[in-house]
Design a protein around this ligand. Structure first.
Ligand code: NAD
Length: 265
């Protein structure tokens, strides 16, 4: 059972655009709300050829834009955010504004609308430096170590509270590091950019032994669509893989795939 009218916030971004492709392929009516701060219209170029998709250039922090977008939806996939962990160190206010405040504005519109469920792109960084890996969803205490992670945890709390209060369904997806075409954030695109600028030397932040879980975008979207059909009142789900890769290992894969030899790490 899927829904006939979906709103995808951040639909022109990496994950949002793959979700739009999948929803359009399933015959859903899709509205995209995106301010194009990091997303690109080009990402949904193919999806926009369908009559089933509508693009609204607007901002989740603007209640008029949001009311318009929400008015035609039964389900909202809330994927818009500023996902830059490092930016959240230098400029925490952006994480607050773009992640927490924007989520609040969206929820205010949702509570007065016919939307009956929200699927939220959260992150595994809400756990912080968890002592248990793979980390179960009921792990506690949750102590994010970045303002970005904290802003996502706060957004999760707002979403679940609004949904409890106004009888809607909240599905929170704690995503691992997602990789694949159109990605412009994270360690892989960071390495590619650095190696294009200097193919002899690659700076790796930290000691290179940091381990993270990665998942391909197709699997992430498939998990998102499966989770969106959950019929219980609310659910929090990890979306990732059980194995982990060291950052230094990723550097080796990226240099190999780019056909580079003798790169100094
Ligand atoms: P992205 O930057 O490619 O996409 C975010 C989209 O949101 C962009 O199109 C941007 O223009 C839009 N946007 C940002 N602020 C907006 C606002 N105020 N109003 C309207 N549109 C706005 O990032 P992504 O990698 O596709 O991430 C999508 C979601 O998944 C984010 O919420 C992110 O926190 C979460 N997430 C991503 C990953 C990952 O590995 N990519 C991992 C965990 C969680």
């Amino acid at each position: 059972m899927l829904f006939s009218r979906a709103l995808v916030t951040g639909g022109a971004g990496f994950l949002g655009s793959h979700l739009c492709d999948a929803l359009v392929a399933l015959g859903e009516n899709v509205t995209v709300l995106d301010n194009l701060s990091s997303g690109k219209r080009q990402n949904i170029r193919d999806a926009l050829k369908s009559k089933k998709i509508k693009f609204i250039l607007g901002d989740c922090k603007n209640s008029r834009d949001v009311r318009k977008a929400v008015s035609e939806a039964d389900v909202v996939y809330h994927f818009a955010a500023n996902p830059e962990v490092r930016l959240s160190l230098a400029d925490p206010a952006t994480s607050f504004r773009e992640n927490i405040y924007a989520t609040h504005v969206l929820l205010e519109a949702i509570r007065k609308s016919d939307v009956n469920r929200i699927v939220f792109a959260s992150t595994s960084t809400v756990y912080g430096d968890a002592k248990v890996v793979p980390t179960p969803e009921d792990y506690a205490p949750m102590e994010p170590i970045s303002v970005y992670g904290a802003s996502k945890l706060a957004s999760e709390a707002l979403i679940t509270a609004y949904c409890q209060t106004y009888y809607k369904t909240a599905i929170v997806l704690r995503l691992a590091n997602i990789v694949g075409p159109r990605s412009e954030h994270g360690v892989i695109s960071d390495f590619v950019k650095k190696l294009k600028a200097n193919s002899r030397r690659l700076e790796i932040l930290g000691d290179g032994h940091q381990k993270k879980s990665y998942l391909h975008v197709e699997d992430c979207i498939s998990a998102t669509l499966t989770a969106s059909e959950i019929t219980t009142q609310g659910e929090v789900l990890n979306v990732g893989s059980t194995d982990q890769l060291e950052v230094a290992g990723i550097a080796e894969i990226v240099t190999h795939e780019m056909g580079l030899d003798n790169v100094c790490f």
